[in-house]
Design a protein around this ligand. Structure first.
Ligand SMILES: Nc1nc2c(ncn2[C@@H]2O[C@H](COP(=O)(O)OP(=O)(O)OP(=O)(O)O)[C@@H](O)[C@H]2O)c(=O)[nH]1
Ligand SMILES: [Mg+2]
Length: 732
């Protein structure tokens, strides 16, 4: 990572290792500590989400920032996933596949909807991994292909999904496991990731994708190209929302052709609810062919500014052409088509100069934001971890140097001090573990209480809004009371209700829920921070006993708090939970509908016979209204079950799981710091004895290394390390 000289530190440890053959565990401990710092810096990246509606130019803009045409442009709606791009020392892609249980759930949900429409075997739960079930699905789709394409157009989504799963099976199944799994593509295969994104028979199997590139811009930023927020599938938007919840910076792409549209309002609302509007840069993607003059483009930009002002006081707006930037600055060779497009633009458009200025500003502001954030993070914790490590290495080299000069009495004193310190640290480790165990037990209860409150029937905004939604739900038009189409009507009802509910939940509830969970996480983090602080503060203190023996540089003052981050636990959105158990739900809707239908139909018939003069359409309407009341009751009941299920998942699979991982990582961090602080006395002396025999080589090299280490901290603004007093005489 840039910022701290971590690579130099690693090389330094390796050099030192060559000199001391007998202390492998000591060096391993330092290397582990370095790895952790590196990993934590990586996790503390500025996450930049590139969002906007479909085809606004998000992928073109991401590519322009990366200076290469790498991410699939015009990826299409069906295959929407998020592509994360991170720093990596060599280029590569990691494709994450869904787990078998997730795939089977999707297959079964799609199957049951199709099967119900054509009165097929509803009790079957086909599993894609079984050859006989694949054959069964294949025959099922073939048998009803005409019905599906001619009569049941509204079931297209399910049909295409099943077909894609079947088509992609032979190529993909080797990668799949019971848990999510990864496929890594190395440098020369990198472009292949586009196949996975753009071909729906592969894309249906994918969870998400991460690219690693050795680019400067990524040293502080993780860039994510998100799918269009207005995809007809509400789950796509839910994925964007859950990614946004982890982001600290957003680029919002708006096409100059369309400006802000209805679909943008929902996205803006989400940004507002997640508190991200102040951290959003708006890019108006200028289509050069649309604007004849600079004035025209500026007029469009002005209008966008007026519209956006309703959302954010001073929107930061940039008018650029993502495609021009990409084509003109791409590091890869240009195709003849791209070359002629560029030439044409250069001849006809009056916007190039304006674009260039705006682009430069956009890049500057991104840099500035990333550096500022990185500094905040570094200052907050990692720099002090690194400095602490450096001081430990320094103490080791100084002790080795000293031991080489001093008499046995001094050596013994040094050894005793080190042993005492080792013991103190072991004790601190034990008490930290005990304190965290206790805290975890208590926090589990708090989580239970907090989450129950969030979903409590009478007080929760979530539950009350959901019930309100069901109450206000209206049947879609086109229902009629005849028994022969009951099955299709039930599906229609189920699909419509489910779809409306999904949209409602993603648009109205997901964002406030995420925001609420974030504040719960922060509350737990603060609590744990207080618990850990004493043990972590002990780390620098234990060293003071050593500085009493030798005048080494003063260590960092104790920190009031250590910086903790809630770990990345995969979060299931409420909207996804609603899609589970489609088979059971649909069946129960169907049975309920059938039962009511038969009962009502006979009542209806007798009433109709008795009141021959009453308007039949009115009675028909009355029948559906009564049926609707019953169906709503059933839907409410099933929703309550979903809420309960989701509530428990949030508690145990998300928050408690996160806390468990967090506590694990705190202990690990402490252990690592402790291990890097422990000086392996026995090995040190064995090393020194060894070195005595080849003194001529050893001492000069050790002195060289001490020189290098002494100044390493000054690169980051820390003071140089202080030499041992007694050393002065031995220096030339
Ligand atoms: N003419 C023209 N085409 C553009 C412009 N910007 C992007 N495109 C093209 O429009 C198509 C969609 O652009 P993308 O960058 O893929 O847009 P997106 O927002 O990522 O689209 P989705 O991911 O499908 O939502 C691609 O074929 C681009 O090459 C532009 O300013 N002018
Ligand atoms: Mg795209």
């Amino acid at each position: 990572m840039k910022g701290l000289p971590l690579e130099e530190t690693r090389q330094y440890i390796q050099e030192l290792r060559k000199l001391f053959h007998h202390a492998p565990s000591q060096f391993q401990a330092w290397e582990n500590a370095l790895d952790t710092i590196q990993k934590r810096l990586q996790e503390n990246m500025v996450r930049l989400a590139i969002i906007g509606t479909i085809k606004s130019g998000k992928s073109s803009l991401s590519n322009a920032l990366l200076k290469q045409d790498l991410l699939k442009r015009g990826a299409g709606v069906l295959t929407s996933i998020i592509t994360r791009v991170r720093y990596g020392s060599s280029p590569g892609a990691s494709i994450r596949f869904k787990s078998w249980p997730t795939i089977d759930q999707e297959v079964q949900n799609a199957y049951v909807i199709l099967a119900q429409a054509v009165h097929h075997d509803l009790d079957r739960s086909p599993s894609l991994n079984k050859p006989e079930d694949r054959q069964f699905l294949k025959e099922f789709l073939e048998k009803h292909s005409i019905e599906f394409s001619e009569q049941y157009e509204n079931l297209n989504q399910e049909r295409i999904l099943l077909e894609s799963f079947l088509q992609g099976y032979s190529a993909i199944h080797g990668y799949l496991k019971d848990a999510e799994s990864n496929l890594f593509l190395k440098e020369e295969e990198l472009q292949r990731h586009q196949e996975f994104v753009s071909q729906k028979e592969y894309a249906v199997y994918m969870q998400d994708i991460q690219l690693d590139l050795p680019l400067d811009i990524l040293s502080r930023l993780e860039i994510s190209d998100c799918q269009g927020s207005d995809s007809p599938n509400p789950h796509h938007f839910a994925m964007v929302q859950s990614y946004l919840a982890q982001c600290s910076l957003v680029i919002y792409v708006i096409s100059s052709r369309t400006g802000l549209r209805q679909a943008d309002l929902v996205l803006l609302q989400t940004l507002k609810q997640l508190g991200l509007l102040q951290h959003t840069l708006f890019v108006i993607n200028l289509d050069f062919t649309e604007h004849e003059s600079l004035e025209d483009a500026q007029r469009v930009l002005k209008q966008q500014e007026i519209d956006l002002r309703q959302w954010v006081g001073q929107p930061r707006i940039f008018g650029v052409s993502a495609l021009y930037q990409l084509f003109s600055q791409s590091s890869s060779p240009r195709s003849p088509r791209v070359e002629s497009q560029l030439q044409l633009w250069r001849m006809v458009t009056p916007l190039i100069e304006y674009h260039q200025k705006q682009w430069a500003q956009l890049e500057d502001i991104l840099q500035e934001y990333a550096i500022q954030h990185a500094e905040e993070v570094i200052q907050k914790s990692e720099a002090s971890h690194w400095y602490y490590l450096i001081q430990k290495i320094w103490e080791f080299t100084e002790s080795a140097h000293q031991a080489n000069h001093e008499d046995t009495q001094q050596l013994q004193k040094l050894q005793e001090t080190m042993q005492k310190r080792n013991q103190e640290l072991q004790e601190a480790h034990q008490s930290l573990q005990a304190a965290l165990n206790g805290a975890y037990k208590q926090l589990r209860q708090t989580v239970g209480y907090d989450v129950n409150l969030l979903f409590e029937k009478d007080s929760s905004f979530i539950v009350s809004q959901l019930h309100q939604f069901i109450q206000n739900y209206q049947l879609p038009s086109g229902f009629s009371a005849s028994e022969d189409n009951l099955s299709m009507q039930t599906i229609k009802f189920y699909k419509n209700l489910q779809h409306q509910l999904l949209i409602f939940v993603t648009e109205e509830l997901n964002a406030p829920l995420l925001d609420h969970l974030k504040s719960l996480q922060n509350k737990y983090l603060e609590h744990l921070q207080k618990i850990c602080a004493p043990a972590f503060n002990l780390l620098p203190q234990t060293a003071t006993s050593h500085s009493e023996v030798h005048d080494v540089s003063p260590l960092l003052p104790p920190q009031d708090e250590i910086s903790l981050q809630f770990p990345e636990v995969s979060f299931v959105m409420f909207s996804s939970t609603l899609d589970c158990h489609a088979r059971e739900k649909l069946k129960s809707f169907y049975l309920l509908g059938k039962r009511l239908f038969q009962k009502k139909l006979s009542v209806f018939q007798t009433q109709k016979d008795k009141n021959a003069e009453q308007d039949p359409t009115l009675m028909d309407q009355q029948f559906w209204e009564e049926l609707l009341v019953q169906l709503k009751q059933d839907a409410s009941h099933s929703l309550e079950f979903d809420i309960l299920n989701y509530r428990e998942n949030i508690k145990y699979l998300y928050l408690c799981k996160g806390l468990e991982l967090l506590i694990e990582s705190i202990i690990k961090q402490f252990t690592l710091q402790m291990e890097s602080a422990l000086i392996d006395c026995d090995n040190l002396y064995q090393n020194l004895q060894d070195a005595q025999q080849k003194k001529e080589d050893f001492l000069p090299r050790l002195n060289e290394l001490r020189e290098i280490l002494q100044d390493l901290p000054t690169q980051t603004g820390f003071p140089a390390l202080l030499r041992l007093e007694s050393d002065k005489s031995t220096l030339p």
